[in-house]
Ligand binder design. Structure first.
Ligand SMILES: NC(=O)c1ccc[n+]([C@@H]2O[C@H](COP(=O)([O-])OP(=O)(O)OC[C@H]3O[C@@H](n4cnc5c(N)ncnc54)[C@H](O)[C@@H]3O)[C@@H](O)[C@H]2O)c1
Ligand SMILES: [Zn+2]
Length: 398
C-alpha cells in the first residue's frame, strides 16, 4: 500500500513561482502546530482567524499546540453567507486594532470559507502578511487550502473578488474531521472522487475498496485520501498557478455542478454534492461524445454514487441550468468547455459543446443513476450513518 497510509504522517511540497511551501498531513498535528511551523513563528505576532464552530470544538487543542506562543484570536461566524467583503473588513479592522504588523503571521483555522477569507485578508492587510492554512473540513484539506486562491462572494455571484496568495504552510490534521457533520464529509469526498477520475487510478481503487473506512472516519484512510488529493492538486498548481489550461482539469464536474448550485439558489446542495451530479453528467456526456467507453463510465458513475446519498435534483428547472451554463466562468468565446473523462485517470478539455447536450446528459443521469437509490453505509459505526451519528462524533471529538 502507498506510504501515505502506512506511515503516521506525510508531507507534500508545492512550488509556484516565488513561493514554495509544505503541506503536512498528520494525525494530532494541531496539538503540535507550533513545533510543526518551526521558524515560521519566530519573533512575530501570531493571529488566529477561526470559524466560530471550529473554535468551540478545537480551539483549545490548537492553543495547546501553539504553547508557549500566545496568539490573538479573531473569530468569524460559520457559514458561506458570511463569506463577504463586510466580514473581510471586520477581520482587517481587528487585525489593526490588535496591532498586527507587516511581520505578523495569520493562521486560518476552519473550512474553505475561513481559508478563503483568511488568505484574502492576509494578502491585502498592509499589502500582505504571511498566512498558514489549517483546514478543518475534508473539502478544505483536499482542495481549497492548496493553490493560493483566496476571496469572498458578492451578492451577484460566488468568489467574484479575491487574490492569488500562496500560504507559507498548510497543516492538515485528519483527527479534526471527527467532528465534521457527515454531510460535509461526503461533500468533500466528491472532490476526492474528482481527483481520482481526472488523474489518479490508484486513488480511484482506494476510494472503491476502502469506502467504509473512509466514510467511517478512519484517520489513516482519510490521511491517504488527503495525501493523494493534496499531492495531485499541489502538482497541478506547481505547474499552473493561475488557472491556465492545466489547472482547468480540476473543474471536472464543475461546469454543470456550478449551474446546479446557481439554479437552486445555492441552497439545496453543498458544493461537493452539486459537483457529484455534475461529474455524473460529464461522464454521460463523455460517452455521448464517444470519448469514454460504457464500461468505464459505469465504474466512474458507481464510485460517484457510492459516496451519496445527496439531495435529489427534484423539479429543477432545466432552463435555469441552461441559463447558468451560459454564464459559467469556464465559457470562452461563447462556447462551453467541458472537462470530460477519457478513461479512469485521464480527462480532456473539450470546447464548443452546446449546452443542450449537457442538459440531455444531466436529464439522462437523473433517470439512470439517481443518488437517492444509494443506501448510506451500514449502521456498523454510529459515526457514519446518520445525522445523529454526526452529533455523536461532535460530542466525542476532542
Ligand atoms: N480557494 C479554493 O481554491 C477553493 C476551492 C474549493 C472551494 N473553495 C471555497 O470553499 C468554501 C467551502 O468550504 P467548506 O466546504 O470547507 O465550507 P465551510 O468553511 O463553510 O465549512 C463547512 C461547515 O463545517 C463546519 N466545520 C468546519 N470544520 C469543522 C470540523 N472539524 N468539525 C465540525 N464542523 C466543522 C463549519 O463551521 C461550517 O459550518 C466555499 O466558499 C468555496 O468557494 C475554495
Ligand atoms: Zn469544487
Amino acid at each position: 500500500m502507498d506510504k501515505g497510509i502506512s506511515s503516521a504522517s506525510s508531507q507534500i511540497s508545492v512550488h509556484v513561482p516565488g513561493a514554495s511551501y509544505t503541506i503536512r498531513i498528520e494525525e494530532g498535528l494541531i496539538g503540535r502546530a507550533g513545533v510543526a511551523m518551526g521558524t515560521l513563528t519566530q519573533r512575530r505576532k501570531i493571529f488566529i482567524l477561526a470559524d466560530e464552530t471550529v473554535w468551540q470544538l478545537w480551539g483549545k487543542a490548537l492553543l495547546n499546540g501553539l504553547k508557549p506562543l500566545e496568539p490573538d484570536v479573531i473569530r468569524i461566524p460559520s457559514g458561506e453567507r458570511h463569506k463577504r467583503l463586510s466580514t473581510v473588513e471586520k477581520i482587517l479592522e481587528q487585525l489593526a486594532a490588535l496591532g498586527a504588523e507587516r511581520s505578523s503571521l495569520l493562521l486560518a483555522f476552519g473550512g474553505g470559507v475561513t481559508g478563503d477569507m483568511g488568505g484574502f485578508a492576509a494578502s491585502i492587510y498592509l499589502r500582505g502578511i504571511d498566512c498558514v492554512q489549517i483546514p478543518t473540513t475534508m473539502l478544505a484539506m483536499v482542495d481549497s487550502s492548496i493553490g493560493g486562491k483566496t476571496g469572498a462572494n458578492l451578492e451577484i455571484g460566488k468568489n467574484l473578488v479575491g487574490t492569488f496568495y500562496q500560504p507559507k504552510m498548510v497543516l492538515c490534521d485528519p483527527l479534526v474531521l471527527r467532528t465534521l457533520p457527515e454531510r460535509e464529509l461526503r461533500a468533500g469526498l466528491f472532490e476526492a472522487v474528482k481527483t481520482a477520475v481526472i488523474g489518479d487510478p490508484a486513488l480511484f481503487e482506494f476510494l472503491q475498496v476502502a469506502r467504509v473506512s473512509v466514510m467511517g472516519g478512519n484517520p489513516a484512510a482519510l490521511r491517504h485520501v488527503i495525501h493523494a488529493c493534496a499531492g495531485f492538486k499541489g502538482r497541478i498548481v506547481s505547474q499552473d498557478e493561475k488557472e491556465g489550461d492545466l489547472r482547468r482539469v480540476l473543474n471536472f464536474g464543475h461546469t454543470v455542478g456550478h449551474a446546479i448550485e446557481a439554479a437552486t439558489g445555492y441552497k439545496r446542495f453543498l458544493h461537493g454534492e452539486a459537483v457529484g451530479w455534475g461529474m455524473l453528467a460529464a461522464t454521460k456526456l463523455a460517452v455521448d461524445e464517444k470519448l469514454l467507453t460504457e464500461s468505464a463510465a459505469r465504474r466512474i458513475s458507481a464510485l460517484i454514487t457510492s459516496y451519496g446519498p445527496v439531495p435529489s435534483l427534484g423539479r429543477i428547472s432545466m432552463e435555469a441550468i441552461e441559463r447558468s451554463l451560459g454564464v459559467d466562468k469556464k465559457v470562452r468565446d461563447g462556447k462551453i468547455h467541458f472537462v470530460l473523462p477519457r478513461c479512469i485517470g485521464e480527462v480532456v478539455v473539450v470546447g464548443g459543446i452546446p449546452a443542450i447536450k449537457a442538459i440531455h446528459a444531466l436529464e439522462s443521469v437523473m433517470v439512470t443513476a439517481p443518488f437517492e437509490t444509494v443506501q448510506p453505509p451500514p449502521r456498523g459505526s454510529k459515526k457514519v450513518t446518520s445525522a445523529t451519528g454526526a452529533k455523536q462524533r461532535k460530542r466525542t471529538g476532542k
